[in-house]
Design a protein around this ligand. Structure first.
Ligand code: ATP
Length: 317
């Protein structure tokens, strides 16, 4: 088995007594895009800082690329790339000068840095504006330049903290394309912190969902579906709101796990298997409910995310 690129074991981190991470566990395999999802203040940025040795955990153990971030932070940072929420660029320097400066900080040779910068500027479609100051760039261009900066020294592990935050849909789609290309063509390992569930579902191989410093669940979308929202889901539409007895009749069908009323004419039900659906239709027909549509559907990442978050909030209150 290949060595994990990043592991957190029982990690707790406190800022002035306030726990930002509590007994947190995480593991990233080589070549995967792992999504770290959670509401504001969940601890995503804290995890990135800890993994790169920028802060030390209060307790627990972290290994980044097999190294200890407390003692070997410099060695780790030489092999990781970090894109923060606000691009860390020098606005008064041109794109080329920004990359040359960071390349020097990373200990790259001037020629190696020049060649790699050329390659990345072209890859990120910035060659024509490479000699303009970064301060004159649009937000999307700055984000692409910041990504180029994060990739300059060919990091084995890339941390992307909200890479599309504040970008318009076109610029965000471009960044999505770039991340997908990195994953598919360069086998890059990425930890992607995001609030954007569409982005996460599209780009991530596995997802870690957290809240207030705790890991709620981790796995591929299919694994999370099996764990958090098992069975078959279906949406039912009615021509008119059905009688209350219809709801009771459907709940009584063997194999129906739950029924939610999304609105007066739309229900969502969870059944153990597809064979239960014809019995649901029969029960509704017996109650004179007028079904206009029955659409089996799989739980989306959004369904799973909100189910986990609300279960956690109810458990905590
Ligand atoms: P967001 O989605 O808003 O970026 P996040 O998931 O990245 O949030 P963190 O920034 O890691 O969350 O913050 C986790 C908790 O730690 C929050 O309660 C935050 O207020 C607190 N926190 C973060 N940085 C500091 C700091 N430097 N000093 C004190 N508290 C902090």
């Amino acid at each position: 088995m290949t060595q994990p690129m990043l592991t957190f074991q029982h990690v707790t981190h406190r800022y002035n007594g306030h726990a930002a991470l509590q007994d947190f566990e995480l593991s990233t395999a080589a070549g995967e895009v792992l999504g770290l999802l959670g509401p504001n203040g969940a601890g995503k940025t804290t995890s990135v800082r800890l993994a790169n040795g920028l802060i030390n955990p209060s307790s627990g153990s972290i290994r980044t690329l097999g190294l200890d971030p407390i003692a070997q932070g410099d060695q780790i940072r030489a092999q990781t790339g970090v894109l923060t929420e606000t691009p860390a660029l020098y606005e008064r320097l041109t794109a080329r000068q920004n990359l040359a400066f960071f390349g020097q900080l990373m200990g790259m040779s001037a020629e190696g840095c020049r060649q790699r910068s050329q390659e990345l500027l072209s890859y990120f479609d910035l060659t024509e504006r490479a000699d303009d100051r970064a301060g004159t760039y649009s937000k999307g261009m700055k984000q692409r330049l910041a990504l180029a900066r994060a990739l300059l020294h060919r990091p084995r592990l890339l941390f992307l903290d909200e890479p599309t935050s504040g970008l318009d849909p076109e610029a965000a789609a471009q960044v999505h394309e770039l991340i997908a290309t990195l994953r598919d063509t360069q086998d890059q390992t990425v930890l992607l912190c995001t609030h954007n569930l569409f982005e996460a579902q599209r780009l991530c191989d596995r997802l870690a969902i957290m809240n207030r410093g705790k890991l709620l669940a981790m796995g591929s979308l299919d694994e999370l579906r099996r764990e958090v929202m098992p069975g078959l889901w279906a949406e039912l539409r009615f021509y008119q709101p059905p009688e209350p007895a219809a709801l009771a009749a459907v709940r009584a069908v063997s194999g129906v796990m739950q029924v939610e009323e999304l609105d007066a004419q739309t229900w969502r039900l969870q059944a153990q298997e597809e064979a239960v659906l014809p019995q649901v239709v029969a029960a509704l027909t017996a109650q004179a409910a007028q079904i206009t549509a029955l659409r089996p559907n799989q739980a989306s990442l959004e369904d799973i995310y909100f189910k986990l978050q609300s279960a956690h909030t109810e458990g905590a209150s």
